[in-house]
Design a protein around this ligand. Sequence first.
Ligand code: C5P
Length: 224
Amino acid sequence: GDVAVLVPAAGAGVRLGPGRPKALRLLAGESLLVHAVRRIAAAPCVHSIVVAAPTAELNAVAELLAPVAPVIVVAGGATRQESVAAALAAVPAGPGIVLVHDAARALTPPELVESVAAAVRAGQDAVIPVLPVVDTIKEVSADDAVLGTVDRSALRAVQTPQGFRRDVLAAAHAAAVDPLTDDAGLVEKQGIPVRCVPGSEYAMKITRPFDLALAEHLLAAAPA
Ligand code: C5P
Protein backbone atom coordinates (compact mmCIF):
# COMPACT_ATOMS: atom_id res chain seq x y z
CA GLY A 1 0.00 0.00 0.00
CA ASP A 2 0.96 3.64 -0.57
CA VAL A 3 -1.58 5.20 1.81
CA ALA A 4 -1.40 6.28 5.45
CA VAL A 5 -4.75 6.78 7.18
CA LEU A 6 -4.99 9.21 10.09
CA VAL A 7 -7.89 8.53 12.45
CA PRO A 8 -8.81 11.41 14.76
CA ALA A 9 -10.51 9.61 17.67
CA ALA A 10 -9.86 11.96 20.59
CA GLY A 11 -13.23 13.73 20.75
CA ALA A 12 -15.42 13.63 23.84
CA GLY A 13 -18.65 13.02 21.95
CA VAL A 14 -20.72 15.42 24.03
CA ARG A 15 -23.62 15.32 21.53
CA LEU A 16 -23.91 11.57 22.02
CA GLY A 17 -24.79 12.13 25.69
CA PRO A 18 -22.80 11.33 28.85
CA GLY A 19 -20.34 8.43 28.74
CA ARG A 20 -16.92 7.42 27.45
CA PRO A 21 -15.10 9.31 24.66
CA LYS A 22 -17.12 8.86 21.46
CA ALA A 23 -14.69 6.57 19.65
CA LEU A 24 -14.91 4.13 22.56
CA ARG A 25 -18.71 3.99 22.67
CA LEU A 26 -20.07 0.57 21.78
CA LEU A 27 -21.89 -0.41 18.61
CA ALA A 28 -23.09 -4.04 18.79
CA GLY A 29 -20.56 -4.75 21.55
CA GLU A 30 -17.49 -3.23 19.86
CA SER A 31 -16.19 0.34 20.00
CA LEU A 32 -16.82 2.70 17.09
CA LEU A 33 -13.04 2.91 16.70
CA VAL A 34 -12.69 -0.86 16.27
CA HIS A 35 -15.43 -0.88 13.63
CA ALA A 36 -13.77 2.01 11.80
CA VAL A 37 -10.21 0.63 11.92
CA ARG A 38 -11.31 -2.85 10.81
CA ARG A 39 -12.84 -1.35 7.66
CA ILE A 40 -9.83 0.87 6.97
CA ALA A 41 -7.45 -2.07 7.34
CA ALA A 42 -9.54 -4.09 4.86
CA ALA A 43 -8.66 -1.63 2.08
CA PRO A 44 -5.66 -3.02 0.11
CA CYS A 45 -4.18 0.47 -0.48
CA VAL A 46 -3.53 1.02 3.24
CA HIS A 47 0.10 0.91 4.36
CA SER A 48 -0.22 2.37 7.85
CA ILE A 49 -2.86 3.63 10.28
CA VAL A 50 -2.25 6.34 12.89
CA VAL A 51 -4.91 6.84 15.57
CA ALA A 52 -5.12 10.02 17.68
CA ALA A 53 -6.63 8.85 20.97
CA PRO A 54 -7.78 10.65 24.11
CA THR A 55 -4.70 11.19 26.31
CA ALA A 56 -6.23 9.23 29.18
CA GLU A 57 -7.00 6.27 26.90
CA LEU A 58 -3.71 5.69 25.06
CA ASN A 59 -3.08 2.24 26.54
CA ALA A 60 -6.73 1.21 26.33
CA VAL A 61 -6.85 2.16 22.64
CA ALA A 62 -3.60 0.35 21.83
CA GLU A 63 -4.89 -2.83 23.52
CA LEU A 64 -8.27 -2.55 21.82
CA LEU A 65 -6.75 -2.25 18.35
CA ALA A 66 -3.88 -4.74 18.66
CA PRO A 67 -6.04 -7.70 17.56
CA VAL A 68 -7.68 -5.66 14.76
CA ALA A 69 -4.77 -4.19 12.77
CA PRO A 70 -1.24 -2.85 13.24
CA VAL A 71 -1.70 0.79 14.32
CA ILE A 72 0.37 3.65 15.68
CA VAL A 73 -1.41 5.37 18.58
CA VAL A 74 -0.65 8.99 19.49
CA ALA A 75 -2.20 11.45 21.93
CA GLY A 76 -4.86 13.66 20.36
CA GLY A 77 -5.28 17.38 20.99
CA ALA A 78 -7.92 19.86 22.17
CA THR A 79 -9.42 20.21 18.68
CA ARG A 80 -9.90 17.79 15.81
CA GLN A 81 -7.32 19.76 13.84
CA GLU A 82 -4.71 19.35 16.58
CA SER A 83 -5.47 15.63 16.73
CA VAL A 84 -4.95 15.31 12.97
CA ALA A 85 -1.69 17.29 13.17
CA ALA A 86 -0.41 14.96 15.93
CA ALA A 87 -1.27 11.90 13.85
CA LEU A 88 0.30 13.38 10.72
CA ALA A 89 3.57 13.93 12.59
CA ALA A 90 3.68 10.19 13.38
CA VAL A 91 3.27 8.89 9.82
CA PRO A 92 6.24 6.69 8.90
CA ALA A 93 8.41 7.34 5.84
CA GLY A 94 6.95 5.83 2.68
CA PRO A 95 3.30 6.60 2.00
CA GLY A 96 2.85 9.47 -0.47
CA ILE A 97 -0.91 9.64 0.07
CA VAL A 98 -2.54 10.52 3.38
CA LEU A 99 -6.22 10.02 4.18
CA VAL A 100 -7.94 11.56 7.21
CA HIS A 101 -10.89 9.57 8.49
CA ASP A 102 -13.15 10.21 11.50
CA ALA A 103 -13.50 7.32 13.93
CA ALA A 104 -17.13 8.42 14.23
CA ARG A 105 -17.78 7.22 10.64
CA ALA A 106 -17.53 3.66 11.89
CA LEU A 107 -19.36 1.90 9.03
CA THR A 108 -17.42 3.46 6.15
CA PRO A 109 -16.93 0.81 3.43
CA PRO A 110 -13.34 -0.17 2.52
CA GLU A 111 -14.33 0.61 -1.09
CA LEU A 112 -14.66 4.30 -0.21
CA VAL A 113 -11.12 4.30 1.23
CA GLU A 114 -9.96 2.77 -2.06
CA SER A 115 -11.84 5.22 -4.29
CA VAL A 116 -10.61 8.34 -2.45
CA ALA A 117 -7.02 7.06 -2.52
CA ALA A 118 -7.36 6.16 -6.21
CA ALA A 119 -8.45 9.71 -7.09
CA VAL A 120 -5.36 11.14 -5.35
CA ARG A 121 -3.14 8.56 -7.05
CA ALA A 122 -4.66 9.59 -10.39
CA GLY A 123 -3.33 13.11 -9.89
CA GLN A 124 -5.63 15.10 -7.59
CA ASP A 125 -4.02 17.06 -4.73
CA ALA A 126 -7.09 16.78 -2.47
CA VAL A 127 -10.21 14.61 -2.69
CA ILE A 128 -13.38 14.55 -0.60
CA PRO A 129 -16.32 12.10 -0.64
CA VAL A 130 -19.65 13.91 -0.86
CA LEU A 131 -23.39 13.27 -1.03
CA PRO A 132 -26.13 15.50 -2.46
CA VAL A 133 -28.07 17.50 0.14
CA VAL A 134 -31.61 16.10 0.42
CA ASP A 135 -33.20 18.70 2.69
CA THR A 136 -34.10 22.25 1.67
CA ILE A 137 -31.57 24.53 3.34
CA LYS A 138 -32.47 27.97 4.75
CA GLU A 139 -30.14 30.66 5.95
CA VAL A 140 -31.52 32.11 9.20
CA SER A 141 -30.76 34.94 11.62
CA ALA A 142 -29.75 34.47 15.27
CA ASP A 143 -33.43 34.88 16.24
CA ASP A 144 -34.69 32.28 13.74
CA ALA A 145 -36.00 34.60 11.02
CA VAL A 146 -35.53 33.12 7.56
CA LEU A 147 -33.09 35.20 5.52
CA GLY A 148 -33.20 33.14 2.37
CA THR A 149 -33.22 29.76 0.65
CA VAL A 150 -29.92 28.33 -0.55
CA ASP A 151 -29.74 26.62 -3.96
CA ARG A 152 -29.57 23.01 -2.88
CA SER A 153 -28.36 21.73 -6.25
CA ALA A 154 -25.00 23.44 -5.69
CA LEU A 155 -24.51 22.00 -2.17
CA ARG A 156 -22.84 18.79 -1.03
CA ALA A 157 -22.59 17.14 2.38
CA VAL A 158 -18.96 16.24 3.02
CA GLN A 159 -17.73 12.98 4.53
CA THR A 160 -14.43 11.32 5.31
CA PRO A 161 -12.02 9.79 4.39
CA GLN A 162 -10.58 12.91 2.81
CA GLY A 163 -7.49 12.18 0.74
CA PHE A 164 -4.41 14.29 0.05
CA ARG A 165 -0.99 14.21 -1.43
CA ARG A 166 1.11 13.94 1.67
CA ASP A 167 3.09 17.15 1.05
CA VAL A 168 -0.11 19.10 0.37
CA LEU A 169 -1.69 18.08 3.69
CA ALA A 170 1.53 18.73 5.61
CA ALA A 171 1.84 22.23 4.12
CA ALA A 172 -1.83 23.02 4.83
CA HIS A 173 -1.49 21.98 8.48
CA ALA A 174 1.77 23.89 8.87
CA ALA A 175 0.04 27.05 7.60
CA ALA A 176 -3.19 26.55 9.58
CA VAL A 177 -4.29 29.34 11.91
CA ASP A 178 -7.99 29.03 12.79
CA PRO A 179 -9.22 25.52 13.56
CA LEU A 180 -11.54 24.12 10.88
CA THR A 181 -13.85 21.11 11.04
CA ASP A 182 -12.26 19.35 8.07
CA ASP A 183 -8.86 19.05 6.45
CA ALA A 184 -9.95 19.92 2.94
CA GLY A 185 -10.88 23.35 4.34
CA LEU A 186 -7.24 23.94 5.26
CA VAL A 187 -6.14 22.92 1.78
CA GLU A 188 -8.74 25.24 0.20
CA LYS A 189 -7.26 28.13 2.18
CA GLN A 190 -3.93 27.39 0.48
CA GLY A 191 -5.65 27.97 -2.86
CA ILE A 192 -5.27 24.32 -3.83
CA PRO A 193 -8.14 22.73 -5.78
CA VAL A 194 -10.22 20.09 -4.01
CA ARG A 195 -12.18 17.49 -6.03
CA CYS A 196 -15.31 15.58 -5.06
CA VAL A 197 -15.95 11.86 -5.50
CA PRO A 198 -19.20 10.05 -4.66
CA GLY A 199 -19.55 9.32 -0.93
CA SER A 200 -21.47 6.50 0.76
CA GLU A 201 -24.50 6.61 3.03
CA TYR A 202 -22.70 4.07 5.22
CA ALA A 203 -20.02 6.72 5.86
CA MET A 204 -22.55 8.65 7.98
CA LYS A 205 -21.09 10.37 11.03
CA ILE A 206 -22.31 8.94 14.32
CA THR A 207 -22.90 12.11 16.29
CA ARG A 208 -26.21 11.85 18.18
CA PRO A 209 -28.01 8.94 19.89
CA PHE A 210 -30.28 8.60 16.83
CA ASP A 211 -27.22 7.99 14.62
CA LEU A 212 -25.97 5.25 16.95
CA ALA A 213 -29.35 3.51 16.85
CA LEU A 214 -29.40 3.80 13.05
CA ALA A 215 -25.87 2.39 12.79
CA GLU A 216 -26.89 -0.65 14.89
CA HIS A 217 -29.58 -1.40 12.32
CA LEU A 218 -27.25 -0.85 9.36
CA LEU A 219 -24.38 -2.95 10.70
CA ALA A 220 -25.51 -6.30 9.25
CA ALA A 221 -25.82 -4.81 5.74
CA ALA A 222 -22.71 -2.58 5.85
CA PRO A 223 -19.96 -3.64 3.40
CA ALA A 224 -16.82 -4.66 5.32
O1 C5P B 1 -16.81 16.34 17.05
P1 C5P B 1 -16.81 15.74 15.69
O2 C5P B 1 -17.93 14.76 15.50
O3 C5P B 1 -16.70 16.71 14.56
O4 C5P B 1 -15.48 14.86 15.63
C1 C5P B 1 -15.06 14.26 14.43
C2 C5P B 1 -13.89 13.32 14.74
O5 C5P B 1 -12.80 14.06 15.27
C3 C5P B 1 -14.25 12.24 15.77
O6 C5P B 1 -13.76 10.99 15.31
C4 C5P B 1 -13.54 12.73 17.02
O7 C5P B 1 -13.13 11.68 17.89
C5 C5P B 1 -12.34 13.47 16.46
N1 C5P B 1 -11.80 14.50 17.38
C6 C5P B 1 -10.46 14.42 17.79
N2 C5P B 1 -9.95 15.35 18.67
C7 C5P B 1 -10.74 16.34 19.15
C8 C5P B 1 -12.10 16.45 18.72
C9 C5P B 1 -12.61 15.52 17.81
O8 C5P B 1 -9.74 13.50 17.38
N3 C5P B 1 -10.21 17.19 20.03
